[in-house]
Design a protein around this ligand. Structure first.
Ligand code: EPU
Length: 427
């Protein structure tokens, strides 16, 4: 199994460019199914999850012409509506293929999406199924597999009882080709949703309100395809900003959109992280005389609140701040398990319940042998290792490659002492 070996204690410096957003790529790739025409996706991150999504497209009969950071997809000659169980089982975002297949072909068979450890008992897809039903689809479930059929999809009113990013995107993509008007309420408002809707509108869809909690879709008969530029990954941006603050380094984070991490920057102002922001860059400054940061608690929240995907890196940062901070994870049940590893590294952590921990800082961290439980905890462990005394080994780094392109090479360019043992996933 591949692993990273990190020698801590080095300051970082220089520039790091942010890649395209994973969670935009994983929606625009299946959106290609909605049209027979060719779509070109630019600023595509070169990560494991994108590879899997493109494999799924090929398996359905789609044409995929890939360059390093762009891809052209043509879904003219699709030859099946069954998602390959082996592929679909590997990643949660395979659920994003279901709505577009249903919308274009009136049927789809798929296994319960796998590949995720952060939700208790496997993450539910109830909101997706309810939304498809509301649009007129019939659903049969057997042995953890689903068969969905619809003679005709008809617009409906659907209220999301839990705010869901992929749920909003899935029902949005499905209703684009339904007959009549669909009104979706209590929608997620993440920036990736707005850019998806903007692209579909450019191709002939009639969507209003994306980026607000109510989205209205007037169904159309068909839509075209064109060019899509993936927006910068706001979670990468935030992860690198936290990495700079935690290692007390001066870093220029370029090709990003600081507006998308407003909440983190507001907290930086309160805790003493100095930065400068422009339209497409963020510069984090180091603190003179190793001045301590102030502690500050967070409660994860849907956008524009504090993103659950930055909770683990931020928790590591709080181990270096003076005072106590309450970290409250409200979105997922199993996203605080990694704090056990921070404890092993020497952090002072009080586990209150599965959703809340208190961090008392500042504490020294010490290098240990660790396993990355999931993608975001993985980058948090890298940050912890960079500030720790001594050597840290992190295995199961496949989880990190899922969402951060070539992370070791990019960090080495900033001066980090990080080695990969084993190969990069796609080499
Ligand atoms: N939920 C349900 N039923 C559903 C769908 C979701 O109960 O049918 C619950 C979830 O269990 C969770 C809550 O709703 O408790 C919110 O989850 P949401 O559906 O918003 O998450 P998601 O859409 O599955 C996306 C990102 C996640 C990110 C969350 C929250 C993608 C592919 N994934 O997931 O990204 O954490 O939104 O912002 O867009 C990551 O990148 O590491 C990651 C996990």
């Amino acid at each position: 199994m591949s692993k990273f070996i990190i020698q801590g204690g080095k300051k970082l410096s220089g520039e790091i460019q942010v890649r395209g957003a994973k969670n935009a790529a994983l929606k625009i790739i299946p959106a290609a199914i909605l049209s027979k025409e060719a779509i070109t996706i630019n600023n595509l991150p070169n990560i494991e999850d994108v590879d899997k999504a493109l494999e799924l497209i090929k398996d359905l009969g789609g044409e995929v012409i890939r360059d390093k950071n762009s891809v052209k997809i043509v879904m003219g000659k699709i030859n099946k509506t069954q998602l390959n169980p082996e592929l679909a089982n590997k990643f949660r975002a395979s659920i994003m293929f279901v709505g577009p297949l249903l919308a274009r072909f009136g049927e789809v068979n798929f296994p319960h999406p796998g590949g995720c450890v952060i939700g208790a008992g496997g993450r539910s897809i109830d909101l997706f199924l309810e939304g498809f039903k509301c649009l007129g689809a019939e659903i049969k479930e057997e042995n953890n597999s689903y068969k969905i059929k619809a003679k005709k999809l008809v617009g409906c009113n659907y209220f999301f009882t839990t705010i869901s990013v992929t749920g909003t995107e899935a029902i949005l993509m499905t209703s684009v080709l339904a007959e009549g008007t669909t009104v979706l309420k209590n929608c997620a408002v993440e920036p990736e949703i707005k850019v998806l809707a903007d692209y579909l509108n450019e191709q002939g869809a009639k969507i209003t309100g994306a980026g607000t909690s109510t989205i209205i879709i007037e169904g159309v008969k068909s839509i075209g395809a064109g060019n899509f530029e993936i927006i910068p990954d706001r979670i990468e941006t935030g992860s690198f900003a936290i990495m700079a603050a935690a290692t007390n380094s001066e870093l220029l984070i370029s090709k990003c959109n600081p507006d998308h991490i407003e909440v983190l920057l507001s907290i930086f102002n309160k805790i003493g992280v100095k930065f400068e922001r422009g339209k497409d860059y963020l510069k984090i400054f180091s603190r003179e005389g190793n001045q301590l940061l102030k502690s500050h608690g967070i409660k994860t929240h849907e956008y524009p609140g504090f993103p659950t995907d930055l909770q683990s890196p931020y928790t590591v940062l709080m181990t270096q701040a003076a005072g106590s901070s309450l970290i409250h994870e409200t979105i997922y049940d199993r996203r605080l398990l990694y704090v056990d590893m921070l404890l092993q590294m020497g952090a002072d952590v009080i586990m209150c319940d599965p959703h809340r921990v208190v961090i008392n800082g500042p504490t020294r961290l010490y290098g240990k042998k660790l396993t990355s439980p999931d993608l975001r905890a993985g980058i948090a462990l890298i940050i912890a290792a960079l500030i720790a005394e001594g050597k840290t080994e992190i295995d199961n780094i496949y989880q990190i490659d899922r969402g951060y392109e070539n992370i070791d090479e990019r960090l080495r360019l900033l001066g980090a002492d990080i080695k990969r043992i084993g190969t990069l996933f796609n080499n």
